[in-house]
Structure formats: C-alpha cells, structure tokens
Design a protein around this ligand. Structure first.
Ligand SMILES: CC(C)(COP(=O)(O)OP(=O)(O)OC[C@H]1O[C@@H](n2cnc3c(N)ncnc32)[C@H](O)[C@@H]1OP(=O)(O)O)[C@@H](O)C(=O)NCCC(=O)NCCS
Length: 162
C-alpha cells in the first residue's frame, strides 16, 4: 500500500538528477508545460515549509517525486506559488489541500499576507480550487503560456485555524 506524504524539499539546484527528471515529467504530463533541466534547477525556491514534495514513504530511497508545491517570496508581503502539481492518480484525494494548508501556515508565519500565482485560462478545476481558497482573477496574461491565455490570481492568506 502506498503511503503518500508531503516532505520538505531541497533547493531545486541541489536536487539529484533523477528528481529533476521526475519534476520535468510531472509538469509535462499534468500541465503540458515543457521545462528544460536548467529552468527547473534555477527556480528560486528556498528551503521552507512551502517547498513540499509528494512522495510514497513505502518506496525505497531515493523517493520518486510525485507532486510539488513550490512557493517563493515575491515582493512586499506577497508569496508566489511557482508550481503546484500532482500526478493524476493522486489528485482529488485531498493531498493538494493538505499541501496548500501547510504552505499557508508557513507563509503566514514568515510574515506573508497575500498569495499570487498564474494559471491557464482553460484550467477551470485549478481556478476553482484557488477561488475556494480566497483567490480571484486579477488580470489576463497574454504570452505567458505558449498554449494560450493565462490568468494571474491573487488573494489574502488566512491565519492558521487552530
Ligand atoms: C490543482 C491540484 C494541485 C489540486 O490538488 P488535489 O490534491 O487534486 O486537490 P484536493 O483533492 O485537495 O482538492 C480538490 C477538490 O477535491 C475534493 N476532494 C477532497 N478530498 C477528496 C477525495 N478523497 N475524493 C475526491 N475529491 C476530494 C475537495 O473537496 C477539493 O475541493 P475544494 O476545493 O472544495 O476543497 C491538482 O489537482 C493538480 O495537480 N492538478 C493538475 C495540475 C494543475 O492544474 N496545477 C495547477 C496549476 S496552476
């Protein structure tokens, strides 16, 4: 039985080769975006609890990366989600929600009060996920995605619930 869990990630620059290839496959398969190895490695994602990797703890090491939530300080009190994607077999099982809540708690604790991200216009499921978490579309992005129109979404971060 798989035992899926979010674990803290290293900086992408320090990732083992196999993990970078996992991430490239993940982006390509689930978002259609094709990233070069250097682009993944140079995403400026610090080591914090908003750099999370989805792995199967039952797997032998090194774990395959089966999902990522990568957030990075943007400007002022805004944190930007640079990547958020799970392999389809793990979607819709509340794992994304779990990572999101953990990211929000960490970003809040570090003083961030707003979250911003980009999403494809056609990706209504992800937009609904973000809208339920308080984000709204701020503006259209032309030329950001090769495949077509995008949206920039932003919203307030909420304080930890407990
Ligand atoms: C968008 C994404 C990251 C969300 O992660 P996820 O794990 O699928 O999301 P969750 O399962 O936590 O939540 C999705 C919805 O499914 C529902 N859900 C939760 N548990 C569930 C379960 N056990 N079974 C079915 N549905 C469930 C939730 O109600 C949730 O709705 P909500 O927004 O009202 O909370 C993920 O679907 C994904 O990788 N999509 C493809 C890539 C992508 O579009 N990324 C975003 C790019 S900007």
């Amino acid at each position: 039985m798989p035992r899926m869990a979010w674990i803290p990630g290293q900086r992408p620059l320090d990732f083992p080769e196999a993990a970078v290839q996992d991430v490239i496959r993940l982006f390509q398969q689930e978002t259609g975006e094709v990233y070069a190895e250097a682009s993944v490695r140079h995403l400026p994602i610090p080591v914090w609890d908003a750099n999370l990797l989805l792995v199967d703890l039952e797997e032998a090491l090194p774990y395959t990366v089966q999902g990522v939530l990568w957030a990075t300080p943007f400007k002022d009190d805004i944190v930007r989600v640079a990547a958020f994607v799970l392999f389809s077999e793990h979607q819709g099982k509340a794992l994304g929600s779990e990572a999101w809540d953990r990211f929000v708690d960490e970003a809040w604790a570090k003083g961030f009060r707003h979250v911003q991200l980009e999403v494809k216009a056609e990706n209504v499921d992800a937009q609904r996920f973000y809208m339920r978490r308080g984000l709204t579309v701020q503006r259209e992005l032309e030329g950001y995605y090769k495949s077509g129109l995008g949206y920039m979404m932003r919203g307030p971060l909420s304080p930890p619930q407990d």
